[in-house]
Design a protein around this ligand. Structure first.
Ligand code: GLY
Ligand code: MN
Ligand code: MN
Length: 479
C-alpha cells in the first residue's frame, strides 16, 4: 500500500474506534449532469475520500470492525472507452486496500446480510442513496431478536465523528495542506508579477492557475475570485471578466488543491505597481488586523476571540479614517464596522476550503488545539455607490442574533432583526469619496502547533513595499 492508502487506513481505524460495534455506510459523490452527456467536473466527496482514498463516483463504503468493503462501478470496456478508467472490483481491493469489493448493483443484496448482527447503523440521510437504503432497511427481518441476531435499531449520522477527525490534522495531513499552501503561494506571486492595466481579470487568473498546475495541483480548492476595482467589494465575485485599469487594486482569493487538501489565500495589490494614498491607508488597517489575528491564534484561543481581535483593530482604523460616526467601543457594540467588514475572520481549512468541524462545543466557542488549521482573513469593503451610510444606534449581541437565526431560521430571524433596527435611532454618515470602491482583504492559512502557529502561506508578500516590488517584477509568462 502506498502512503496515501496508509493515511486512509489510519483514518478508518480511528473512525471504527468511535463506532464500536456499529456499521457505517458512506456513499461517494455522484456525477452531476451539465448538459446532454457532459458532466460537471467530478470531485469526490471529502468525507468519503477521507476514509477511502477512492476517487470514483457511484461508490459506497461499508465499514465495520471486521471489514472495509467497497461497492464500485464494475470494469466495463465500452463505458471506460467513453468516460474514463475504472478501478473495478479488483482495483478496489488491490489499489485501495478494501478487504472486499462488489459491483455497486450488488449493494442491497450484500448489505442485507452485513447489517445483521449490528444494532447501530451510521448513515447520513439526505443523499441520493436514501431511497435504496430505506427500501433495504424495510426488508430486514422483523423477528431478529427472537432468533438471536440483531438488525439496526438506531440510525445515527456519522458526519460529526468524521468531522471531528478531520478537524485535527495529522502530521501527514498537515504536510499535504502545507504543500497546497506552498503551491498556492507560488501562483499568487506570479499573479502579482503578471497583472497589469489593460489585461482582463481572467488573464491574470490563467497565469496564476497555470502555476498551480505547473507545481502539481490538478484543480483549484474553489473557484478563483479575481476582482479588480469595485469588483473587490463583492465578496464572492467570480465573473473575472473585467479589463483592469491604471490605478486599480486587484483582489485575488484563490488556491490550489493538493492531495485533496485546499489552501485559501487572498492578496490585494495595485495593478500599476503602487498603492494610492487611500488604498494604502485601508491596506495598512487590514494588514494590522491580520497580524493581530495571527498573533492571537494560539492553543486555547477561540475563532471568536481571533475575530474580536481583528474586529477591534479594523474598527480603530475605520474610526481613524472617519468612516464610522462613533468611537471605537460604540462602533463595536453597535456593530457599525459591519458596514465595511461584514464577514467572519476565518474558518477551518482542510480537505474543503470551508472545512468540516463545529465552531462551538456544548454551546461554548471551541478552544483551538495543535493540529487545527484555519484562515485569518480580515477585510474592508467600501461600496462604490455608498455616498451616505446609515448606522443604527442599537447595541446587540452578535452571538444572540446568530443563535436566533439557528433557532428560528434565517427568514424569521431577519424579520425580527429588521424590526429591532427599525425602532432604533439612526445616524447618516457620509463616506469619503476617496475610499469608495476600495475592497481589500488579506488572507493566510494558519496551522496551530504546541506553542503557537505556523503561517503556511507566508510565501506571498503582504508588506506594502514587498508587494509593490513584486508587482514591478516581470512575469516569465508575459509575452
Ligand atoms: N475563499 C473563500 C473564503 O475565503 O472563505
Ligand atoms: Mn477563507
Ligand atoms: Mn479565501
Amino acid at each position: 500500500m502506498n502512503t496515501i492508502s496508509s493515511l486512509h487506513a489510519d483514518r478508518r481505524r480511528q473512525f471504527l474506534q468511535h463506532i464500536g460495534t456499529g456499521i457505517a455506510v458512506i456513499p461517494a459523490a455522484f456525477e452531476q449532469t451539465r448538459n446532454d452527456d457532459v458532466d460537471h467536473e467530478f470531485r469526490q466527496d471529502s468525507a468519503f475520500f477521507f476514509l477511502t482514498g477512492f476517487p470514483e463516483p457511484d461508490a459506497v463504503a461499508v465499514l465495520d470492525a471486521g471489514r472495509f468493503t467497497l461497492f464500485v462501478r464494475p470494469r466495463d470496456r465500452e463505458m471506460e472507452t467513453w468516460n474514463g478508467y475504472r478501478a473495478g472490483v479488483d482495483g478496489a481491493v488491490d489499489r485501495y486496500g478494501a478487504d472486499d469489493a462488489y459491483p455497486i448493483d450488488d449493494l442491497e443484496a450484500v448489505l442485507q446480510d452485513r447489517l445483521i448482527g449490528h444494532s447501530n447503523l451510521y448513515y447520513a440521510w439526505g443523499g441520493r442513496l436514501d431511497s435504496r437504503m430505506s427500501a433495504l432497511l424495510g426488508k430486514l427481518p422483523p423477528l431478529h431478536e427472537r432468533f438471536g441476531y440483531r438488525v439496526p435499531s438506531t440510525i445515527a449520522d456519522p458526519t460529526p465523528i468524521i468531522d471531528e477527525l478531520r478537524l485535527r490534522k495529522s502530521p501527514a495531513e498537515a504536510e499535504l495542506l502545507r504543500k497546497a499552501s506552498e503551491i498556492s503561494a507560488a501562483g499568487h506571486v506570479e499573479a502579482m508579477r503578471y497583472a497589469a492595466p489593460g489585461l482582463f481579470e481572467y488573464q491574470v487568473q490563467a497565469a496564476m492557475e497555470f502555476v498551480f498546475r505547473q507545481h502539481g495541483s490538478a484543480r483549484n480548492g474553489y473557484p478563483s475570485i479575481v476582482a479588480s476595482g469595485a469588483n473587490a467589494t463583492v465578496l464572492h465575485y467570480t465573473q473575472n471578466d473585467r479589463r483592469m485599469e491604471e490605478g486599480d487594486l486587484l483582489l485575488i482569493d484563490a488556491a490550489a488543491e493538493y492531495g485533496y487538501f485546499s489552501a485559501d489565500i487572498t492578496r490585494t495589490f495595485p495593478v500599476s505597481g503602487r498603492f494610492s494614498g487611500p488604498q494604502r491607508a485601508i491596506y495598512e488597517i487590514v494588514l494590522a488586523a491580520e497580524k493581530a489575528g495571527i498573533a492571537a491564534a494560539v492553543p486555547g484561543a477561540t475563532m471568536r476571540g481571533i475575530h474580536q481581535t481583528c474586529t477591534r483593530v479594523l474598527t480603530e482604523g475605520l474610526v481613524d479614517l472617519g468612516l464610522l460616526p462613533k468611537g471605537v467601543d460604540d462602533s463595536i457594540a453597535m456593530h457599525h464596522y459591519r458596514e465595511f467588514f461584514m464577514h467572519g475572520t476565518g474558518h477551518w481549512l482542510g480537505m474543503d476550503v470551508h472545512d468540516a468541524g463545529t465552531y462551538k462545543v456544548d454551546g461554548e466557542h471551541r478552544r483551538l488545539e495543535p493540529g487545527m488549521a484555519f484562515t485569518v482573513e480580515p477585510g474592508i469593503y467600501v461600496r462604490a455607490d455608498r455616498e451616505i451610510a446609515t448606522f443604527h444606534l442599537l447595541e446587540y449581541d452578535l452571538d444572540e442574533w446568530t443563535e436566533r437565526r439557528l433557532k428560528l431560521g434565517v427568514k424569521a430571524a431577519r424579520a425580527i432583526e429588521a424590526a429591532e433596527l427599525e425602532e432604533a435611532k439612526t445616524i447618516e454618515h457620509s463616506v469619503p469619496a476617496e475610499f469608495r470602491a476600495i475592497g481589500i482583504r488579506v488572507e493566510d492559512d494558519i496551522l496551530l502547533n504546541a506553542t503557537g502557529n505556523v503561517n503556511m502561506t507566508a510565501g506571498v508578500p503582504v508588506e506594502i513595499e514587498d508587494v509593490e516590488a513584486l508587482c514591478h517584477e516581470v512575469s516569465g509568462l508575459a509575452d
